[in-house]
Design a binder for this molecule. Structure first.
Ligand code: ADP
Length: 248
């Protein structure tokens, strides 16, 4: 099989991923053989009932947690074969994160937060790319503000800029609109969608919200630690219908 360069750059995949918490009779197979592929320049939502393994999968795909068996690829790097130093470097250089709780450093300005990881890595800032993202997010006149001087929606937009400024292979978003009201949440989801369509970024998002999932081009469904299906071009209604069948 030949793989195009774009796919190699951005694709994330897992093969037969297994994650077990605890041992003996109390052991929980949070992931029970998950094989899934996320293409470059696609926006995918991971959904499923509570306890189906969504967070565990995101953490294993992002190298924040170690699986017990199986493999994870980000581009051509195989995560489970990397030592901790290389894994930390890969996360820093090639992965962007957007968390529900923003996770900005309170003593730094918005601009310093956005650029921190690049500065720590000694990487050069692509000022044109920085300006493109900041303008798309409407943050130009907020760059000197500290997080405490920004609304929740503005803080999450700073977190989005931070995730994208290093042109990562993939952005992992964990309930990115979970702490926001529906209008500011929609702004953040719309930005993620635009970053995929216009900037060819790759976004993988965990959410329990069918409306949030409908911003994605594809929904991957989990149930009991396994892939239970997928929906292309999801709508809130189609997602709700499938989740109801899965017992969410
Ligand atoms: P979801 O994100 O879909 O709600 P999780 O990935 O959080 O699901 O959890 C999947 C399963 O693994 C659940 O049964 C959960 O109770 C269990 N689990 C998750 N994290 C831990 C942990 N740190 N210790 C023990 N069990 C855990």
């Amino acid at each position: 099989m030949t793989v195009s360069p774009v796919e190699v750059r951005g694709a994330v995949s897992s093969h037969e991923l297994v994650k077990i918490y605890g041992n003996g009779p109390a052991a929980v197979r949070a992931l029970d053989g998950v094989s899934v592929r996320f293409r470059a320049a696609q926006f995918t939502a991971i959904m499923g009932p509570s306890g189906s393994g969504k967070s565990t999968l995101l953490h294993c795909l992002a190298g924040l947690d170690k699986a017990d068996a199986g493999t994870v690829h980000i581009g051509q790097a195989e995560l489970t074969s990397l030592d901790d130093t290389r894994l930390t470097r890969l996360r820093r250089d090639r992965v962007g994160f957007v968390f529900q709780s923003f996770n900005l450093l309170p003593t730094l300005t918005a601009e310093e937060n956005i650029l921190l990881a690049l500065r720590l890595a000694g990487r050069k800032v692509d000022r044109a790319w920085f300006a493109t993202i900041v303008d798309m997010l409407g943050l130009r006149d907020r760059l000197r503000h500290k997080p405490g001087e920004l609304s929740g929606g503005q803080q999450q937009r700073v977190a989005c800029a931070r995730a994208l400024v290093g042109k990562p292979d993939v952005v992992f978003a964990d309930e990115p609109s979970g702490n926001l009201d529906s209008r500011t949440g929609a702004d953040v989801l719309e930005f993620l969608r635009t970053s995929v369509h216009d900037l060819e970024q790759t976004v993988v998002m965990v959410t329990h919200d069918p409306v949030a999932a409908s911003y994605a081009g594809r929904v991957v469904l989990l149930a009991d630690g396994r892939v239970a299906g997928e929906i292309h071009q999801p709508t809130p209604e189609s997602v709700l219908g499938v989740l109801a069948r899965l017992g969410a």
